[in-house]
Write a protein that binds this ligand. Structure first.
Ligand code: ZN
Length: 197
């Protein structure tokens, strides 16, 4: 499967989950490490209708040499995450649960004692996972600096307050599984907040 085919398939899947409404969200996959190059979804398209051609190659700053295709405005953060975290794939969606969780826990969302943490690469017991929250910005350098300041090697996710969530992994499958599990975890956290903090 080409990077374009893989990204289009993942976008269709996340759209069906209701996580890429309108033209929101963007996904990327690393196609070269040295120098770092990523295939990222292009700007402004309905993510449920992407074709394998609707991707563009960017460098770690989100810049492209493509004369036609325009990368997502958030491509710079994808590049930064791939560079800093060593990720092979980065998924960014506008799911609701992460954004609501960030309203309640703006200093970071703490998760513990949940079976689904295993799907996030952590343990179901005796493990505390804090998902970092950073303020939203239209400046990818500001967002990138905030990501790097909050980055921990064992937490492959970042919530951008009032915006959405980034999750990454070694490849698209791992990133997808982590996103699916994290969205469940955050939904649980929000829906049980009166009983449990
Ligand atoms: Zn976004």
């Amino acid at each position: 499967m080409t990077p374009g085919e893989a990204l289009a398939a993942e976008c269709a899947r996340f759209t069906a989950m209701g996580w890429m409404r309108g033209t929101s969200g963007n996904l990327s996959v690393v196609v070269d490490r040295d120098p770092l190059r990523l295939a990222v979804t292009i700007s402004g398209k309905d993510k449920g209708e992407l074709t394998p051609d609707d991707v563009v190659i960017i460098d770690e700053h989100g810049e492209t040499e493509d004369p036609v295709r325009v990368p997502s405005a958030e491509a710079g953060l994808h590049g930064r995450i791939a560079a800093v975290a060593g990720a092979g794939a980065v998924v960014h969606v506008h799911a609701l649960a992460p954004v609501v969780a960030a309203e309640f826990w703006p200093e970071g969302v703490e998760l513990r004692d949940l079976e689904m943490l295993k799907g996030f690469g952590r343990q179901a017991h005796d493990d505390v996972v804090t998902i970092p929250v950073v303020a939203n910005s239209q400046d990818m350098r500001v967002l990138g600096d905030a990501f790097e300041a909050s980055f921990r090697k064992d937490v492959p996710a970042l919530i951008v307050a009032r915006h959405g969530v980034y999750v990454w992994g070694d490849d698209l499958h791992q990133a997808r599984h982590r996103l699916e599990c994290l969205e469940w975890l955050l939904r649980f956290k929000v829906e049980t907040r009166r009983e449990r903090r």
